[in-house]
Unconditional design. Sequence first.
Length: 358
Amino acid sequence: MSHTRLSLALDAPEALPTEGRIAVFRPTADTDLSLLPKDRAHLVQGFRPDYDALSARGYTVSPMPEGDYAAAVVFLPRAKAEARALLAAACDGVAPGGPIWVDGMKTDGIDSIIRDVRARLPISDPIAKAHGKIFSFAATPGGLAGWAAQPMTPAEGFTTQPGVFSADAVDRGSALLAACLPDHLPAKMVDLGAGWGWLSAQVLARDGVESLELIEAEHAALECAKQNITDPRVQFTWADVGKVTRDPRPTGAVMNPPFHTSRNADPALGAAFIRAAAGLLSLSGTLWMVANRHLPYEAVLREMFHEVTELTPPTGRDGAFRIFRAERPIAHAAKPGKGAQTPAPTGAKPRRVARTRR
Ligand SMILES: C[S@@+](CC[C@H](N)C(=O)[O-])C[C@H]1O[C@@H](n2cnc3c(N)ncnc32)[C@H](O)[C@@H]1O
C-alpha cells in the first residue's frame, strides 16, 4: 500500500531535487518508500530491528546521518525534543535551500511541530490526509538553532539524550529491580535492553561479576551507555536481543523489557524478551526481571524456566511492578536467535508463584 501523504506531497516535479542523496529519517520496517529513488535514499534509523528490516529490503541504512544530502524526509517521532533534534539534524545536513519534508500523525504532534517550524522559517501549505499531515521547508543554515539534541542528566554521573527510554530520570521499575538483586551475582552477566546503562551500573556494583554485556537495540541509548559506563568488564552490543547467541553462554541476566511499540502496550514484546533470555542463558543461568504488574508474563516465565519466584522489594509489595527471579532455562523450550520483535503465543497455564524477599 502506498504512503498516501508522501505520494501527494511528492507528486509535484519540483518536490525533490533530481540529483543527490536523500536522507530519510526514522522510517520503520514497513514504511512504504517506493516513491523515493532507492539508489539515492539514505535511511537513518537507529532502532536495530527496523534497521535490519530496512537493510534486508535493499536500502542503505545507518544509525546516524552521514555526510551531506540534497533533500530529506523526516518521519516524525512522538517525543517532541527528539522530533526537534531530527529536524535540526536535517536542517544542518541538507544543502542550503534543499527541501525537508516532514510527515507525521496528529497523535504524534505534527500540528505543534508545524506551528513551531512556521514560527522560525517559511513552510509549505501542509497537506492533511489519513489522520496526519505533511509539509516542507527549505534547509537554512542555523534556521533551527537551539533544537539540536541537548544532553540530560537523569542521575548523578549519567547522561542521556531526548528520545531514549526514561531519558530524564531513573525508571522506577529498574530501581525496584536493582533493589531486589542479591549482593552476589553470577560471573558472566548480560543486561537485555540496557538503555542508557543505569541498571548495568547497579549490576557492576555487586560482587562476583566478571563480565557484563549491555545489549540494546536503540543506537542512541547505547551511545549514552558508552559514556556512562567505562568499566573494563563491560562490552556494548547494538542488537535485537532475540537475535543474539553466545558461546559460552551468560550465567545471569537482568532486564526491564519494553512493553509498547507505539501508543499501546504489547505484552508480546516482553514475552519475546523472556524467550530470548531463556535461549541465551546457560542451563544453570538465572534471570532477574521487572515488569508492569498488569502484564501477563508469569505464564511465559514458567514455560521457559524450571523455577520462577516473585521477589518483594525491601520497600514492600509494589502496586505497579512485579519483580521475578527465573532460574534454569528449560532446554528444549529455549531457542535463541529468532528476534525479540516476533510475537509468540504463550503455552503454559499460570501457576501460583512463591513470594520471597530477594
Ligand atoms: C523499558 S526500557 C529499559 C531500559 C533500561 N534497562 C533501564 O532500566 O532504564 C527497554 C529497553 O529495551 C530496548 N529494546 C527494545 N526492543 C529491543 C530489542 N528488540 N532488542 C534490544 N533492546 C530492545 C529499548 O530501546 C529500551 O532501551
